[in-house]
Design a protein. Sequence first.
Length: 44
Amino acid sequence: MNDLNLFKKNGFLVKENLISQTKINKINKIVNEVISKEKKRKKR
């Protein structure tokens, strides 16, 4: 079954390793920095 058929059948599609672990780590680092800054800002 191809990806389009799986998507039509299930309503979603899971693609493994679509984004490299290196990029995921960079994204997580940036998100965590933003969250940390917002928490500090709200404590004032």
